[in-house]
Design a protein around this ligand. Structure first.
Ligand SMILES: [Zn+2]
Length: 169
């Protein structure tokens, strides 16, 4: 298991001078530290969790956005219970994405398992950029996501202003 803080720190819950300096300089956040410690503790007994390679953890309201090492998300998606396990450990809804990826892939990760039919960019008169995601079909009660929350997560983590549109109304 890899976390943004050293594995020793994650196990003991005490930051070494190096990680402490990173926290003070803003290179690491309180969420990085909190999530690393919690996951490491559970990972000692849970082999699935111990395979996680966490790059970054962000908290948006009560939700968590976990950024994993590139290429590590797809295998985890095969186990639908995995995300629920993470949510139980952290005590909040968990969203997963990967580091070093495109905006499009981040959008697909956040909307998963909902398919996105189109993504386009609109420029507003004031010069700000709006990212428009088009979802096939119409919004039903079974639609699994709070799109306002996805918008907030994208705004806070990537500075993306999101607009969601359904193909049919
Ligand atoms: Zn450390």
């Amino acid at each position: 298991m890899k976390t943004p803080i050293c594995s020793f720190d994650a196990r003991t819950g005490i930051l070494c001078p190096k990680c402490d300096a990173k926290l003070k300089s803003g290179q690491l956040t309180d969420s990085d530290v909190e999530v690393s410690i919690k996951l490491t503790k559970v990972g000692e007994k849970n082999p699935e969790i111990s395979k996680l390679n966490l790059v970054k953890a962000e908290q948006v309201d009560q939700d968590y956005l976990l950024t994993l090492e590139p290429g590590s998300l797809a295998p985890l998606r095969r186990d639908p219970a995995f995300q629920k396990t993470l949510q139980t450990i952290l005590g909040g809804k968990v969203w997963l994405t990967e580091a070093d990826t495109t905006d499009r892939k981040v959008l697909e990760d956040l909307f998963f398992p909902v398919r996105i039919s189109n993504i386009n960019t609109a420029w507003l008169p004031d010069g700000s950029k709006l990212t428009k995601v088009v979802i096939p079909g119409r919004k039903t009660e079974r639609f699994p996501h709070d799109t306002a929350m996805i918008g907030k997560i994208l705004q806070e983590s990537r500075g993306i202003d999101l607009m969601v549109e359904f193909e049919r109304t």
